[in-house]
Ligand binder design. Structure first.
Ligand SMILES: Cc1cc2nc3c(=O)[nH]c(=O)nc-3n(C[C@H](O)[C@H](O)[C@H](O)COP(=O)(O)OP(=O)(O)OC[C@H]3O[C@@H](n4cnc5c(N)ncnc54)[C@H](O)[C@@H]3O)c2cc1C
Length: 597
C-alpha cells in the first residue's frame, strides 16, 4: 500500500472515531478496535499513565472519562505509512483542558494500538518560542533590579520566606529533568540533594564507567547535547553536564542537604520535610514530594555469614571508585550483571587477579548489537535523517504498550542472538550461565520488569571467554578471614571482595525517609507485574508508581534511564502544574498496587 492510500485509510478511521467520541458512544468507539487492542493514555483522557487492554477495558474507560474530557479536533498529522499490513501515523486532538498528540497503528480497518498523550495545558502553555519572556526591560526605571538580583532573591527566600509547592529529593537526571520542566511551568520547586553537586551521583561511580546508552537516547529536556558529543558519555562528563544544566536552567537546589525525614499531614494536605541547612534544622512544607532518588540509588548491601571477620577490604559495588590500588591483589566480585562486569574488567586492566562469582544466569547483549538491532531504529543519526526527532522517537517508543513489548522485543533479541551466535557459544563454553529473559524478550524488558539481570557487553565478556576474568558459580556460604567460601565448599582467597549485588527500589528510600508504613501503602515502585522472575504480579500494564499518582496523595516518583527521565518528566510536570492551578484532575484507573514492596 502506498503512503497516500495509507493516509486515506487513517484519515477515515480518525474521522469515524472522532464521530463516535463526539456522540459519547463508548461502545461504538471501542468496536473500532481489534479484539487484541491496546489504548495507552498519557494523561490526556485519564489523568494517569494507563493502558486499557481489550475492547471491554476501552469501553469502561471511555464511559468514565468522556463527559469530562470532551475530546475534539482530531486530525491526522503528516502522512501515514504501511508496513507488514500495519498502517501507522500521527494525529492531534484537544480535550477540555489540554492539547494532545498521539500515534496509531491500524490492522486493516481497525485500530490495534492507540497512544494518546497530553502535550500542554490550555492557558498554561510553556513560555517558549514566540511566548518566551522578553528578558530586558527597555526604558528607564528607578530602583531597577537585574536578572541576577531577582534570581539571588529567589534562591535566598525559597524554603524560608516562601514555601515551594514541590520538593524534589535527588538531583540526578531524574530530579533535574523534572525541576527544569516545572520551572517552565512556573511551579515553585526546591530540590534537595545530599551530595555537594547535582551530578555527583554519576561522578562518584566507578572510574571506568561510560553511559551504556548512546547519545541520541540521552538528551535532557530542552537542552540537547552539542552535535559533537561522544556517542557514549563518560560518567564524569555527564556529571559535569548535569551540574551545568542545573545552573543554566535556573533550578533551585539545596546541595549537601539530605532529606532526613518527611511526614504527610492529611488535614492540611501538605508535607513536613525535615532537613538541616547551614547547621540549623529547617522544616519545608510543600504540597507535593517527589522521590527522584534513583531506581539504582539504594544499594542492596548483602549480609553473608562471617563478613565481620574478613581481614581484607569489602564493599558494595556502588562504593567502587578505581581499581588502581589493587594491582597484584586477588579480587573477588560477587555478581554477574553490569556493575560486576565493568568492575571486573577495570580491576583486570589495573593488574589485579580477578574472579567473578555468578549466582544466577545473566542476559548479555553486545553494545554494538543492541544499537544496531534495537536503539538505532529510533535514536541515531540515521533516524534523525529520516525525520525521527527525539520527541517523535519518544512518542513512538511510548506507543508500544507494555503488553506488546515482548512481541516487539523477542525478534530484536533473536536477531542479536543470531548475529552474535559465535560469541554466545564461546561464553557458554567457559560455563557462563546465559539467559535471554524468561520469554526471550531480552534486555529492555528485564530492565523494565526487574531493573537487573543483564550486562551490556563492552569488553568484559571477552575477558571471561579467554580466562582473564575467572568465573565461579554458586551461592555464598560464608566469608572467612581471607576468603569467600561458596556453597559447594570452594574457597576463593581474596584481598578484596566487591558485592555487585544490585540496588533496591525507591520504596526502600521511602521506608527510610518517610516510614515503612508509607512504603507499604504505596507498594512496589518499578516493575510491571509481569509474573516473571523478580517481577511478581498482578499485571499493571505500566511501570508501577512511576511518574503517575500513587496511593499516597502528594507523593510521586520520578527517574529511570536518561530517556525515561526526559520523556516522562513531561507528564509528571503537567500533573503537578494542574494541581497547582486547581484544575480538576480525576484519575481513572488508579493502580490497586501490591501490598508488599
Ligand atoms: C553503574 C551504573 C551504570 C548505569 N548506566 C546507565 C546508562 O548508561 N544509561 C542510563 O540511562 N542509565 C544508567 N544507569 C541507571 C540510571 O540511569 C542511573 O542510575 C541514574 O543515575 C539514575 O538517575 P536518577 O536521577 O533517577 O537517580 P540518581 O542519579 O541515582 O540520583 C539520585 C540522587 O538522589 C540523592 N538522594 C538520595 N537520597 C537522598 C536524600 N534522602 N536526600 C537528598 N538526596 C538524596 C542521591 O544523592 C542522588 O544524587 C546506571 C546505573 C548504575 C548504578
Amino acid at each position: 500500500m502506498n503512503s497516500s492510500s495509507a493516509t486515506t485509510q487513517l484519515k477515515s478511521w480518525i474521522s469515524a472515531f472522532s464521530n463516535a467520541l463526539d456522540s459519547g458512544d463508548a461502545d461504538k468507539a471501542a468496536a473500532m478496535f481489534t479484539e487484541d487492542c491496546y489504548w495507552r493514555d498519557l494523561l490526556a483522557f485519564t489523568w494517569n499513565l494507563s493502558t486499557a487492554e481489550g475492547r471491554a477495558a476501552i469501553t469502561a474507560m471511555l464511559r468514565a472519562v468522556l463527559p469530562l474530557v470532551r475530546p475534539s479536533g482530531f486530525v491526522i498529522d503528516g502522512e501515514a505509512t504501511e508496513s507488514n499490513g500495519i498502517i501507522e501515523g500521527w494525529y492531534r486532538f484537544e480535550t477540555e483542558q489540554a492539547t494532545g498528540k498521539g500515534f496509531i497503528r491500524l490492522k486493516g480497518s481497525q485500530c490495534w494500538t492507540l497512544l494518546s498523550s497530553m502535550e500542554e495545558l490550555k492557558g498554561f502553555e510553556e513560555k517558549k518560542g514566540s511566548r518566551r519572556v522578553f528578558g530586558a526591560e527597555h526604558g528607564v526605571q528607578k530602583g531597577r533590579r537585574t536578572w541576577l538580583e531577582r534570581r539571588e532573591e529567589e534562591e535566598r527566600t525559597i524554603g524560608h520566606e516562601r514555601q515551594p509547592y514541590v520538593v524534589i529529593v535527588g538531583t540526578g537526571q531524574g530530579g533535574l529533568a523534572l525541576a527544569a520542566r516545572l520551572r517552565r511551568l512556573d511551579v515553585p520547586t526546591l530540590c534537595l540533594e545530599s551530595n555537594a553537586n547535582p551530578g555527583d551521583a554519576w561522578r562518584k561511580r566507578y572510574k571506568s564507567l561510560c553511559l551504556h546508552d548512546p547519545v541520541w537516547y540521552d538528551h535532557m529536556p530542552y537542552l540537547p547535547f552539542p552535535d559533537d558529543w561522544p556517542v557514549y558519555t563518560p560518567k564524569d562528563k555527564i556529571a559535569d553536564w548535569l551540574d551545568h544544566y542545573a545552573k543554566v536552567m535556573e533550578l533551585n537546589i539545596w546541595t549537601s542537604t539530605a532529606c532526613e525525614g518527611a511526614s504527610y499531614d492529611e488535614e492540611r494536605q501538605e508535607w513536613a520535610v525535615k532537613v538541616t541547612r547551614g547547621g540549623k534544622p529547617v522544616t519545608l512544607r510543600p504540597k507535593h514530594l517527589v522521590f527522584a532518588t534513583g531506581v539504582s540509588g539504594f544499594p542492596n548491601e548483602p549480609k553473608f555469614p562471617g563478613m565481620d571477620r574478613f581481614k581484607g577490604e569489602q564493599y558494595h559495588s556502588s562504593k567502587h571508585g578505581s581499581g588502581e590500588r589493587f594491582a597484584g591483589k586477588t579480587c573477588v566480585v560477587v555478581g554477574s550483571n553490569n556493575s560486576a562486569h565493568d568492575i571486573c574488567a577495570e580491576l583486570w586492566e589495573n593488574g589485579a587477579d580477578v574472579t567473578m562469582v555468578q549466582r544466577s544466569s545473566t542476559h548479555v547483549a553486545g553494545s554494538d548489537s543492541l544499537f544496531k538491532f534495537g536503539t538505532s531504529k529510533l535514536y541515531s543519526e540515521a533516524a534523525l535523517e529520516r525525520g525521527i526527532t527525539t520527541d517523535k522517537a519518544d512518542l513512538i517508543n511510548a506507543s508500544v504498550p507494555y503488553g506488546l513489548m515482548p512481541q516487539f522485543n523477542i525478534p530484536v533479541t533473536e536477531a542479536i542472538r543470531e548475529h552474535d551466535a559465535e560469541f554466545y557459544k564461546k561464553l557458554e563454553k567457559v560455563g557462563f550461565q546465559l539467559d535471554y529473559g524468561d520469554d526471550g524478550s531480552g534486555l529492555f524488558l528485564k530492565y523494565m520488569r526487574r531493573g537487573s539481570g543483564y550486562y551490556i557487553n563492552v569488553g568484559a565478556s571477552e575477558l571471561i571467554i579467554n580466562g582473564d576474568i575467572k568465573l565461579r558459580h554458586g551461592q555464598i556460604r560464608e566469608i572467612t578471614e581471607h576468603a569467600l567460601v561458596l556453597e559447594d565448599g570452594m574457597e576463593l582467597p581474596a584481598d578484596l571482595i566487591i558485592y555487585a549485588t544490585g540496588y533496591g527500589s525507591m520504596s526502600d528510600r521511602v521506608a527510610q525517609v518517610v516510614s515503612p508504613a508509607m512504603a507499604a501503602k504505596v507498594g512496589k515502585v518499578w516493575g510491571l507485574g509481569s509474573n516473571t522472575t523478580k517481577d511478581p504480579g498482578p499485571w499493571e500494564g505500566e511501570p508501577r508508581n512511576m511518574w503517575k499518582p500513587t496511593r499516597q496523595n502528594g507523593l510521586w516518583f520520578q527517574g529511570g534511564n536518561l530517556h525515561q527521565a526526559r520523556h516522562y518528566s513531561q507528564y509528571l510536570s503537567l500533573q503537578l502544574k494542574a494541581r497547582l492551578e486547581g484544575l480538576p484532575t480525576p484519575v481513572y484507573g488508579m493502580s490497586e498496587g501490591s501490598a508488599d514492596r
